[in-house]
Write a protein that binds this ligand. Structure first.
Ligand code: GH3
Ligand code: MG
Ligand code: MG
Length: 491
């Protein structure tokens, strides 16, 4: 059912407002009434009426002042104001039309004339709304466009600067998107952009504002979100995009000739940059966007399909970069003996997660042994945060734990193969306070990490195994029945 048109009737004559309410309700409008200017303004902000019919002479705020308030409030636009008054004077017409009134009717007015004028007003309101929609939203994705983004961001920067609340921005740029257009045509490219917009909408909260900056670049404004929370959101987005964007494009194009060719592409990924207002010396919307764009550019440079947090010059000296950057292995040495102590206390479990919905992997080029430590415990403060352990350390640990086959592979790989970087840390900022993982990552001919298996010291550590083949490959290395069972389940 279509939503009813909302009309606010204002008159200090209570009989008059009741009569008008009765008549207009019968016409199918939703009608609210007020008997003075202040109350009318309050109700207008709540109800957002399309049309206000107001008397002029009222105690307190009169009709002229009310009209000015209604018309000057951008949150109420578009609103059509009809003055309905006994004051039949040329000067009054002029003053009120100049105050923003759209129409002026002298009482007593015939009801059918009032109706006709309300309809004129609604035609204007509808065309204004359509114009507003065209001017502020992107026609392909229906997300706010760049013009709207500029407005929103300027407003949010001003609010954050005043309140001291955090404000972050994510810049998202699809990877090698030109290739999608070149290979499959613009219609498929357009569909991918629409699917991406839906995916972003589904991933963010109601208070976050996603927008299409232009082309295959999107920006998400995150009011009240600090840098590390924004980083988590960006990482989640990156992962969801890598996992489901291309499959959903394919699903949306099934039964078309192109859908068969589309299977040739295994994934469509994005590079993301994160920046927060508190990192900037110059706290402007433009500087914030620029910082997020710079971080996204760094993500591209580092190999795409990853997240980078903007690092300002001053911060570089203060905090370890790896605490906020994806895909970075710390250079910091871990005192292995201390890890053994902790491991001995906790006991290992094998952990893997299958994501069978993921698209096929064509080639496995090799694998690397890597390790991750995430530590917030009081006992080993020097290990706080996320630290990547070197291949050698990982191999060493595996030997100590007598995971011989895994350790052998790790040894082999640490000698013969280049280090592949993790495309996603297996741990989120809100996860368990004490965790450690050592394992093997498999990667394809593009150097993209496709999955792995881990010896974990907490169940919370999960690594996505993207394809049964990888799972099988790793299971063979480990010689574990458990994983072979999972391979069957994944097929
Ligand atoms: P990179 O990983 O470096 O970002 O590579 P890229 O190919 O994604 O980036 P580049 O800036 O070279 O190309 C962007 C492409 O996005 C060019 C254009 O064909 C495509 N594009 C931009 N807007 C649209 C659109 O509205 N629809 C379609 N189908 N394609 C678009
Ligand atoms: Mg681009
Ligand atoms: Mg791009």
């Amino acid at each position: 059912m279509a939503e009813k048109v909302r009309i606010l009737v204002v008159d200090d004559d209570t009989d008059m407002v009741r009569l008008l309410k009765y008549a207009l309700c019968k016409d199918g409008y939703q009608v609210a009434i007020a008997t003075n200017g202040q109350d009318a303004l309050r109700q207008a902000l709540e109800l957002r009426p399309q049309v206000v019919v107001t008397d002029l002479m009222m105690p307190g705020m009169d009709g002229t002042a009310l009209c000015r308030e209604l018309k000057n409030n951008p949150n109420l636009h578009p609103i059509y104001v009809v003055i309905l008054t006994a004051k039949d004077e040329r000067d009054s017409y002029v003053v009120n039309l100049e105050s923003g009134a759209d129409d002026y009717i002298v009482k007593p007015a015939a009801l059918h004339e009032l109706r006709a004028r309300i309809e004129v007003g609604l035609r204007w309101v509808r065309s204004q709304m359509q114009l507003q929609r065209i001017a502020t939203s992107d026609s392909l994705t229906s997300l706010p466009n760049r013009y709207m983004l500029d407005e929103v961001l300027a407003r949010e920067v001003a609010v954050a600067a005043r309140s001291g609340e955090p404000l972050s921005v994510i810049w998202l740029d699809l990877d090698h998107f030109k290739k999608i257009n070149d290979t499959f045509g613009h219609a498929v490219g357009d569909r991918a952009l629409q699917e991406l917009a839906d995916l972003i909408r589904a991933q963010v909260r109601a208070t976050d504002i996603p927008a299409r900056y232009g082309g295959e670049e999107f920006v998400i404004v995150l009011p009240g979100v600090d840098r590390s929370a924004a980083w988590s959101i960006a990482r989640r987005l990156r992962q969801v995009i890598a996992v489901s964007l291309w499959p959903s494009v394919m699903r949306s194009l099934t039964n078309t000739a192109t859908s068969i060719a589309l299977e040739e592409v295994s994934e469509l990924t994005a590079s993301l940059g994160v920046a927060s207002l508190d990192q900037l010396v110059e706290k402007t919307a433009q500087a914030l966007l620029q910082a997020a764009d710079t971080a996204a550019y760094e993500a591209k440079q580092a190999g795409r399909n990853r997240v980078r947090v903007y690092q300002s010059e001053e911060q570089d000296g203060q905090e370890p970069k790896q605490q906020f950057s994806d895909n970075v292995f710390a250079t910091r040495e871990i005192e292995v003996s201390r890890l053994y102590e902790a491991i001995a206390r906790l006991g290992p479990t094998v952990s893997f997660q299958d994501a069978s919905m993921l698209t096929q992997m064509r080639t496995v080029l090799g694998a690397n042994a890597v390790g991750w430590v995430r530590w917030c415990g009081e006992s080993m403060p020097e290990l706080r945060g996320c630290i990547g352990v070197s291949t050698e350390t990982a191999a060493h640990l595996l030997h100590r734990l007598q995971w011989a086959s895994l350790a052998q592979t790790a040894d082999l790989m640490s000698q013969n193969l280049p280090m592949t970087l993790l495309s996603d840390l297996p741990l989120g900022s809100d996860e368990s306070p004490l965790a450690m993982a050592v394992g093997i990552l498999a990667y394809d001919s593009h150097g993209c990490t496709r999955g792995g298996i881990w010896v974990a010291w907490r169940h919370e550590i999960r690594i996505t195994v993207r394809h049964k083949f990888i799972l099988g490959y790793l299971a063979r290395i480990l010689g574990l029945e458990l994983e072979l069972e999972a391979v069957r389940n994944a097929s």
